[in-house]
Design a protein. Structure first.
Length: 414
């Protein structure tokens, strides 16, 4: 047991020492003309910070400590510094490769390669400053993403053309939110402003597509009074995401985990939300009907669970030609819905957050999420079936958003 607890910190220590040693060589180069005193002070500051991070991480891992709110901010700062170091390393590696090629060329041709930029800034120094500059820009953007981007709620409006939509449901207005991650919130007033935006839409129904918490059901308890303000005349329907089951917590007993899930179900009731656990609800207007389906988390990505049962949710809706589905993970759509269940005209998902980082414009969208999820953001339509991947209302890990902001989706059925 002790060995297993020490293995993680040891690997962490080894990798990050190598990173820090490499970065330090670059910093020493930039300070090669500085005084011995300045170099010594820089060295003390640089390595004191690194040692403090190593010790904090190792102690936290060994004691299995959960980060506090301030701890999450500190963790984000540490992550920013690490990314800056990695960006700087890219430029160091590029320069090292150039020097290796030049030395090899000199060795085999037995002649000296003329130096470049003898007057003014050298190419090597230019690369070092560029690496540090890009790292600095990243930190600036990341800090902005916390204090401005985290709660920069954007309303995205879409008209969904539904084949065979009953006349009584034409113009039906639906609001979707997803991935609240209440355990991550750090600004209650800002979150309340987001809820006010939802209420102003006066939707006919609201969909919540999973991940109410990060780890345990208790995280949502301080927020119940806030989120219970979300109401709609035809109902607020919800489903569970991968974070809602307590799978990322080391529980003392299986019973404790089971109790956590029971509390989660109760919290949805306290919110006034109709939680669909592989179930459906039939909505009737003027004798015409549509079905709202909701399944538990089902993912085609191996590390996420397959709890949902779509067939169970559909049972009893065979005579209803238009169905709308709440399913947290967008990979479910291509595997079990598209071309398999043509009567499911529109599916609503979340999960990806757009990785909270990227470019999100009407003309171009990019995020690292696209390398993991075929459908990772906004609207997809094939064979008259829609999938909408919501950007998420909250945030996880990094307590902010850069480029891809929290979303409130508003749909009109036509």
């Amino acid at each position: 047991m002790l060995k297993s607890k020490l293995f993680g910190p040891f690997v962490f220590f080894a990798i990050f020492v190598l990173i820090d040693l490499y970065v330090w060589q670059g910093i020493k180069f930039l300070l090669r003309n500085a005084s011995a005193k300045k170099l010594k002070i820089t060295k003390i500051i640089y390595w004191s910070y690194s040692v403090l991070i190593y010790l904090s991480f190792s102690i936290g891992q060994y004691l299995n400590l959960k980060p506090t709110s301030w701890g999450k901010f500190i963790g984000a700062f540490v992550l920013f510094i690490l990314i800056c170091k990695l960006l700087y390393i890219i430029f160091l590696i590029f320069d090292d490769l150039q020097r290796i090629i030049r030395h090899a060329n000199h060795y085999f041709k037995k002649k000296r390669t003329p130096s470049i930029a003898e007057n003014g800034i050298t190419r090597l120094k230019f690369l070092h400053y560029m690496g540090l500059g890009i790292g600095g820009l990243f930190i600036t953007g990341a800090v902005w993403g916390i204090f401005k981007g985290a709660h920069n709620y954007i309303i995205h409006r879409r008209s969904l053309k539904i084949d065979g939509l009953p006349e009584s449901f034409k113009g039906l207005k639906i609001v979707q939110i997803s991935d609240i991650h209440s355990g991550s919130f750090w600004d209650k007033e800002a979150v309340i402003k987001g809820i006010e935006l939802i209420k102003k839409e006066k939707a006919d129904m609201v969909f919540f597509t999973g991940d109410l918490v990060n780890d345990t059901s208790k995280e949502v308890e301080p927020w119940i009074e806030v989120f219970k303000e979300i109401k709609a005349p035809l109902g607020v329907f919800s489903t569970l995401g991968n974070h809602d089951y307590g799978d990322y917590v080391q529980w003392n007993t299986p019973e404790a985990k089971e109790q956590n899930l029971k509390e989660m179900l109760q919290h949805h009731k306290s919110l006034g939300w109709d939680l669909l656990m592989d179930e459906h609800r039939i909505i009737e207007k003027n004798g015409e009907k549509i079905a709202i389906l909701g399944i538990q988390n089902w993912s085609n990505v191996g590390r996420f669970p397959k709890y949902g049962d779509l067939e169970k949710a559909c049972k009893g809706t065979e005579d209803i030609s238009v169905k709308l589905l709440l399913s947290h993970d967008p990979t479910h759509w291509r595997q079990q819905v598209l071309n398999h269940k043509p009567e499911i005209k529109a599916s609503f998902a979340g999960h990806t957050h757009g990785m909270q980082f990227g470019v999100d414009t009407a003309f171009y969208r990019w995020s690292p999420a696209k390398f993991i999820y075929p459908e990772w953001l906004d609207l997809y339509t094939e064979n008259n079936q829609h999938l909408y991947v919501n950007r998420g209302f909250g945030y996880l890990g990094y307590p902010g958003r850069m480029g891809i902001y929290p979303e409130i989706s508003v749909f009109t059925l036509v």
